[in-house]
Design a protein around this ligand. Structure first.
Ligand SMILES: [Fe+2]
Length: 292
């Protein structure tokens, strides 16, 4: 498997990703070409990102930007998302942090980032690979062992959700991030349409994160039927909604903030808003563009 196939974006299985009313992708990739590198995991289809597919050996080289009928130039291809989350042999892998442990200071402390990434996230990676191996063993053995499917499936849901959400979480952040997204980016325009303003979105998102019962996530997602942005509360992490494309996630498990913020989750959530990488969120949204 080529390196390009390590770069995936997840969309709900069985869903047709419809348009956003946003600038069309400039590369005339067909959905069939994209699906050539797809895999179904835990109710999600992982597709090579648009950027990686454009550069794949099977695809023609991306044409130079051309002028649209309205005189505008097409938007640049989305940046790669989820790079390094799958190894060349198809096993899940711990993607390297896209920054140093201390780069998110003072909002997220280096020790928490290191433990969170190197220990907790790695645990989900190993758990997801082990669950897949166990399911393969169960299928092979058949017979009475099929009764073990539930436990192995639970393990896969928990660990794979953890792996994919944390992969997004790390790239959702950067040093000197935060503030509103660019006004003319895809995420900026859709945010204005669906929430009214960045401030209105941020208020709802932070409240959702602070009020998740127990451990879990606040997710800004793209709902692919009505084609709108929604903010969700995901209790635990395996109780993910499979009908949205996740774009931005704030991890509110205690391991994400306890060393610096102790029980003050709201302070952590407020700090998180200062490191949001809107370029990554925008890339994830644009990867859900129609592939027609
Ligand atoms: Fe976490």
């Amino acid at each position: 498997m080529s390196e390009q196939h390590n770069q995936h974006v997840a969309i709900p299985a069985g869903r047709t990703v419809e348009g956003l009313g946003l600038p069309a992708a400039e590369d005339p990739l067909t959905r069939r070409a994209l699906l050539a590198g797809a895999a179904v995991v835990g109710g999600w289809i992982t597709l090579p990102s648009l950027a990686s597919a454009q550069n794949s050996p099977e695809s023609p080289s991306a044409p130079p930007p051309t002028t649209q009928p309205d005189g505008s130039t097409p938007a640049a291809a989305p940046a790669v998302v989820n790079a390094g989350a799958v190894s060349p042999d198809g096993m899940y892998a711990l993607p390297p942090l896209p920054y140093d442990y201390a780069d998110l200071e003072p909002y997220l402390d280096a020790q928490t980032v290191k433990l969170h990434h190197d220990v907790h996230h790695l645990g989900y990676v190993n758990g997801a690979n082990a669950a897949l191996a166990e399911l393969a063993r169960i299928r092979e053995a058949g017979g009475d062992t099929i009764r073990q499917v539930r436990a192995a499936t639970d393990a896969l849901q928990f660990n794979l959700s953890g792996h994919l959400l944390h992969t997004m979480y790390w790239s959702n952040m950067r040093r000197n991030g935060g503030g509103p997204p660019g006004a003319e980016t895809a995420i900026g325009r859709l945010m204005r349409r669906d929430f009214g303003s960045y401030e209105a979105f941020a208020g709802q998102f932070q409240a959702a994160a602070a009020q998740v019962q127990g451990s879990g996530w606040a997710i800004l997602g793209y709902e692919t039927v009505a084609r709108r942005l929604v903010v969700l509360q995901v209790e635990k992490q395996q109780n993910s909604s499979v009908w949205v494309v996740p774009l931005l996630g704030c991890d509110v498990w205690e391991h994400a903030y306890y060393l610096k913020y102790q029980n003050r989750r709201s302070d952590y959530v407020r700090a998180f808003m200062n490191v949001v990488n809107w370029d990554d969120v925008d890339a994830r949204l644009r990867s859900a563009e129609p592939q027609r």
